[in-house]
Design a protein around this ligand. Structure first.
Ligand code: NAP
Length: 527
């Protein structure tokens, strides 16, 4: 397939009229063709007009048709074949195996949402039948279902060019909910975005859906991104990226005459607590697991373990010594973009210059451009508690160990943490009581709590929560991964005393969609 460098607005391809960006091969600094001219407010206007026109048709598509659309997107992405992986490798420096796996995850995610859509549980149908004889007042017939919020703006993330980008989790969950989607492509992988965007537009056409169900725009966040977030036809936003970017979008959304929700996944350092018995029994194995998790993919995972908390003593000293030895052997890995590399270098420099932290070890120095040198730092609890900058995310393979003098200091450090995507506990039986006392605090902070595992790697499934309190996300009630992500883009509507012929299918008296309803206070066991 020949890449055009054009935006996709419904079924139209359009050249932008702003400064062009090129994909950059981070391993060589080479600019990749074609150029992608940025869009402007007029393109946002066109995409929003089409999305709005598509909304009322798309949101009432039969569940089977919407599910088939999601499956068709997956098939179209797979049908691109090696070209997609080759382009993504050139634009990101990520290895083939990682990108092939990510493509599999992206398509599996679309198919999982197709299954979710078909099952219809997310409609959360509640029926309270009329009680005309009730005293002192009769009760009306009341029926509730969930409807989509409206068109959603999705910002592709740089660190997962497939699974968190054009047809990633935000897009899949919004489309599953019945929302048209307008994606602002991330400038780090424009060609990959075009290939996937074209797969989605082919699926829109093949499924006979209104063209405005999907558009893909290029351009600057400050122009195209803000124009999207402030357009009155956009009703929600999905974002993964930096804290400053996420907050800028939240502020723009809140300043609108009609504020809208922004589901921004931003910054998390994913604390790992090493409890005394576990540390005593397996310091070496813990160090191996930690360094592998920290350096996976040059640390460019939002769930990378950027903080370790443990009680000082010989067992922690053994862990630190083993981790230092392993870090020193780590070869430098190419980061996704020059921007991410520069931000990582700046974050590591801040830690290195901070008198409250000491360098424990550094990995091998890179020999090519944009290569991440792993770093491990150490501090103590009182310094950590005194300096908020020590919990800033340094996106990449850098981590900080906080050594605590007592259980009470561990509690204080844990309480002092900002919101997190994950919190990990390494424990043995003898540690259970101490762990139990920290759980209420950790539950308040994190979206996912793990025992004796490592946080990198997020399963796409029904029970997953990839969320957490601020700044991990802007809305702690939600997840951006897993089928519960659909709930972000829905709102309830109640229908009172409607004649059956006017009710949507999900609410009709004879339950034609065979949904398990909450009927008069009882959950139906089967439809
Ligand atoms: P980013 O700078 O936040 O950019 C993400 C998207 O948001 C881009 O489309 C960008 O447009 C847009 N954007 C950023 N600031 C904006 C603003 N003020 N107004 C409107 N739109 C804005 O993230 P990134 O480029 O992926 O990486 C930068 C840093 O973010 C990384 O070094 C890392 O520290 C962090 N990051 C964290 C995670 C995580 O999961 N925790 C993931 C990825 C990145 P433009 O391209 O035009 O700026």
């Amino acid at each position: 397939m020949t890449l055009t460098g054009h935006m996709l607005i419904g079924q139209q391809t359009l050249a932008g009229n702003r400064e062009a960006i090129h994909g950059i091969n981070p391993a060589t600094h080479a600019a990749l063709e074609p150029a992608y001219a940025g869009g402007s407010a007029e393109h946002v206007e066109q995409a929003c007009a089409l999305a709005w026109a598509a909304l009322d048709v798309y949101r009432e598509t039969p569940l089977s048709a919407r599910a088939a659309f999601l499956e068709t997107i997956a098939q179209e992405i797979e049908a691109i074949g090696d070209e997609l992986i080759d382009r993504a490798m050139a634009e990101t420096g990520l290895p083939r195996a990682r990108l092939s796996g990510e493509r599999g995850r992206t398509c599996q995610q679309l198919r999982m949402f197709a299954r979710t859509v078909r099952a219809g549980e997310w409609l959360d149908v509640r029926v309270d039948p009329a009680q005309p004889q009730r005293q002192p007042m009769p009760r009306s017939d009341l029926r509730q279902r969930q409807i989509p919020l409206g068109p959603v703006a999705v910002f592709g993330a740089s660190n997962f060019p497939l699974a968190f980008s054009v047809a990633g989790g935000d897009t899949a969950s919004a489309l599953a909910a019945g929302c048209p989607v307008i994606v602002k492509a991330h400038g780090a992988h424009p060609g990959t975005s075009e290939l996937v965007g074209r797969a989605v537009t082919r699926a829109v056409k093949a499924c006979g859906l209104p063209e405005g169900v999907f558009s893909l725009l290029y351009g600057s966040g400050r122009e195209v991104g803000i124009a999207l977030v402030t357009d009155p036809r956009i009703k929600a936003v999905g974002f993964t990226g930096s804290r400053s970017g996420g907050l800028a979008l939240c502020q723009a959304a809140q300043a609108r005459p009609e504020p809208i929700p922004v589901y921004a996944e931003m910054s998390s350092i994913n604390p790992v607590l090493l409890f005394p018995a576990a540390l005593q029994n397996r310091a070496e194995a813990l160090a191996q697991g930690f360094v592998a998790s920290l350096t996976l993919g040059a640390g460019q995972f939002c769930t990378n373990p950027g903080l370790v908390i443990a009680q000082q003593g010989p067992a922690l000293d053994s862990f630190v010594a083993a981790a230092a030895r392993l870090i020193k052997d780590c070869s430098a890995q190419t980061m996704l973009t020059p921007g991410i590399f520069n931000a990582y270098e700046a974050g590591v420099s801040l830690l290195a210059e901070n008198a409250r932290a000491q360098v424990v070890a550094a990995g091998q120095i890179g020999t090519g451009p944009n290569q991440c040198q792993a770093h491990l730092f150490i501090t103590n609890a009182s310094d950590f508690l005194a300096d908020h900058t020590l919990q800033a995310e340094a996106f990449g393979a850098a981590s900080l160990i906080v050594q605590c003098a007592s259980d009470d200091e561990i509690r204080q450090v844990t309480e002092h943490l900002e919101g997190q995507l994950t919190a990990t506990l390494h424990l043995d039986d003898a540690d259970l009581e101490q762990a139990r006392t920290l759980l209420p605090t950790l539950e308040r902070k994190a979206g996912r709590l793990l025992v004796n595992g490592w946080p990198t790697g997020v399963e796409v499934c029904d029970a997953m929560v990839h969320g957490g309190a601020f700044p991990a996300t802007s809305d702690a009630r939600s997840t951006s991964v897993g089928t519960a992500a659909i709930l972000r883009f829905l709102r309830p509507v109640c229908y009172q005393d409607f004649p059956d012929s006017l009710l949507p299918a999900a609410l009709k008296h004879d339950n034609p969609l065979q949904l398990r309803r909450l009927l008069d206070g009882q959950r139906e066991t089967q439809a």
